[in-house]
Design a protein around this ligand. Structure first.
Ligand SMILES: [Zn+2]
Length: 598
């Protein structure tokens, strides 16, 4: 029986061109070799299993090759190449810093650096997981790294770049390795499957690619595992799903179908089935979020590329995204996001998810009611001819969002203008008008559905961004007049007061202001107050510029000590004060020989 070699080793790339998904690095390295501009120290950073050590070995082999081809790839036949291939070359030294991180280990390595190579041109030192070296080891190594002999090349590899000392970083040429795209991984696995005579379904390989999350080595071990489990060297999607314990994305499609149809019962039964298969409820919620996100991404041709799924799955997503309304998806993301955030703290986690599903299943009905109300309102006002119920985004004049259209044009309207709402398009509802009211309805809806206690604390990003797009602040800027300025100035001071600002700041904000062109003049008593103004200057001007049509608005605080009418305080002052009012008092004092009592 043949000795089994794992695929990750058996199919380890031996030339630059066969490295998967890191062409930006291999091209640079080849160019450096061609032009003889090779650095003496490299730092290879990136997640595990993406080809750092492999690239280091290929580099070592290539620069020592005795008859390097024009394509800057090692020949694989010369003495040096053969010894590299047999792991017998004396010109390459590998140190795994994860297990050998003491000063002694580094000293041993430095000792070897002193001897030039017996054969070949370069000696290559690869230090893996270099961030694990102890502080003392780092220091011992630094000297050698600073002045290496001309034949020595150091390749440091790490998964955690931020842990590397700046002194090391500054002496290395840094290469950042990418996570490998799941499509590239699947393609590579297909190659190997063909060479091994394994009949693999393409979907199965893509599933492995996704599960590996960018790491080729992980993908290859999963591949090996699945091949071991398989019968007759046949790799099916279903078997891989089972072996890797992945929840079939088909479930998410089924559940979304149930939800958009408003069927609480069907969605709960499906969820029960998932739990009975041994899947975690939280993982299901996260998967559902991802599913909604994918559907949302499908709503616009420009964002479909963000979909990281297999081709057959992509078709399914595109189909389902046509059935799901944009308002539904945004609200669903918000509700499911809340469920995800609160999952850990829920006492009855199953019920928590079920409640979320019930809310989701109820959504279509609520949305329809909402659009009915909007249509009704429009009909009453008779501004526009009656819209059909399907064009739920009737442009209600009650939604005053003219200026927000600048924002929504880039995010909102792009989605509104998809084939999912052919009715809206054919009736010449301009997307700019339609989108904001649609977004607005979504927001108020999610607010009514979410328990009020949770709302202010944690809002999902989607919800927050929707609110921003529909914020009335962006509506229309007012003319710069003193009255308007004072109004918004007061608004700002109230805002700061609520935020609990300092007394000095509040006194400053209560001062009288003047308007001189586009400059706000404010007279202050002392430097502290001036500092206070300067500290909140940007926030203040930003706040005002959002509301006033004055892009050049500025503020000029100046300290002008007032002529203070001091009240008499000491006995002498009191006497003088009184004497000023009544000069006879002085005479009285002199006549009686009196003095002021201090
Ligand atoms: Zn060679």
């Amino acid at each position: 029986m043949d000795h089994f070699v794992v695929s990750a080793r058996k199919y380890r790339p031996v030339t630059f061109d066969s490295v998967v998904g890191q062409s930006h690095i291999t091209t640079t390295l080849k160019n450096a070799i061609r032009t003889n501009h090779l650095a003496q120290a490299f730092l290879f950073c990136g997640p595990r299993g993406v080809g750092k050590t492999t690239c280091a070995r290929i580099l070592a082999k290539t620069i020592n090759c005795q008859n390097l081809g024009d394509d800057v790839e090692a020949c694989g036949e010369c003495e040096s190449c053969v010894s590299f291939q047999n792991n017998a070359s004396f010109n390459i030294h590998e140190l795994d810093a994860a297990s050998n991180n003491s000063v002694e280990d580094i000293r041993n390595l430095i000792d070897q650096v002193r001897y030039p190579p017996q054969t070949g041109k370069y000696k290559i030192y690869i230090i893996d997981e270099v961030h694990m070296l102890s502080q003392a080891a780092f220091n011992a190594f630094l000297k050698t790294l600073e002045e290496p002999p001309s034949y020595a090349i150091f390749i440091l590899a790490t998964t955690e770049k931020h842990k590397i000392l700046p002194t090391i970083l500054s002496r290395c040429q840094i290469f950042d390795f990418n996570r490998i795209q799941s499509k590239d991984i699947a393609h590579h696995l297909a190659d190997i499957a063909q060479k091994e005579g394994i009949n693999a379904e393409h979907e199965a390989l893509e599933l492995i690619g996704q599960k590996a999350d960018g790491g080729l080595r992980d993908a290859l071990s999963m591949f090996d595992l699945n091949v071991t489990f398989s019968t007759n060297n046949h790799l099916t999607y279903a078997a891989v799903l089972e072996n890797l314990h992945i929840l079939d994305y088909d479930y998410y499609f089924k559940i979304t179908d149930a939800l958009t149809a408003g069927s609480i019962a069907r969605s709960l039964v499906l969820f029960d089935e998932i739990l009975r298969k041994g899947f975690d409820g939280h993982l299901f919620v996260i998967g559902l979020l991802e599913h909604f996100r994918n559907l949302l991404v499908c709503k616009d041709p420009a964002t479909v590329t963000l979909l990281q799924v297999s081709e057959s799955a992509e078709r399914k997503y595109l189909e389902q995204s046509l059935m799901a309304d944009l308002s539904f998806l945004l609200s669903a993301l918000s509700i499911t996001g809340q469920c995800d955030i609160n999952y850990k703290s829920a006492k009855n986690q199953r019920l928590h998810v079920e409640l979320c599903l019930m809310k989701l299943a109820n959504l279509p009905q609520v949305l329809q009611l909402h659009s009915l109300a909007a249509v009704d309102e429009t009909a009453k006002k008779k501004v526009e001819p009656q819209q059909s119920l399907n064009s739920s985004a009737a442009p209600s004049p009650a939604a005053p969002q003219p200026a927000a259209s600048a924002n929504t044009q880039s995010n909102g309207s792009a989605y509104a203008n998809v084939p999912a709402q052919p009715a809206a398009a054919s009736q010449q509802v301009t997307p700019q008008q339609a989108a904001p009211s649609r977004l607005k309805s979504t927001v108020s809806l999610t607010q009514s559905l979410t328990p009020p206690a949770q709302q202010p604390a944690k809002q999902s990003n989607v919800e927050a961004s929707v609110e921003y797009a529909a914020a009335p602040n962006g509506a229309k800027r007012e003319e710069l007049t003193l009255a308007n300025l004072q109004r918004f100035w007061y608004e700002f001071s109230q805002k700061r007061l609520q935020a609990g600002n300092s007394t000095t700041e509040q006194i400053t904000l209560n001062r009288e202001i003047q308007l001189n062109g586009t400059v706000i003049e404010i007279a202050l008593d002392n430097d502290h107050q001036q500092d206070a103004v300067m500290n909140m200057r940007y926030e203040l001007l930003g706040f005002l510029k959002l509301r006033l049509d004055a892009p050049k608005l500025d503020i000029n605080p100046r300290v002008a000590p007032q002529e203070v009418n001091r009240l008499p305080y000491t006995p002498a002052e009191k006497f003088n004060f009184l004497a000023e009012k009544n000069p006879y008092l002085l005479e009285l004092k002199q006549a009686l020989g009196l003095d002021v009592d201090f």
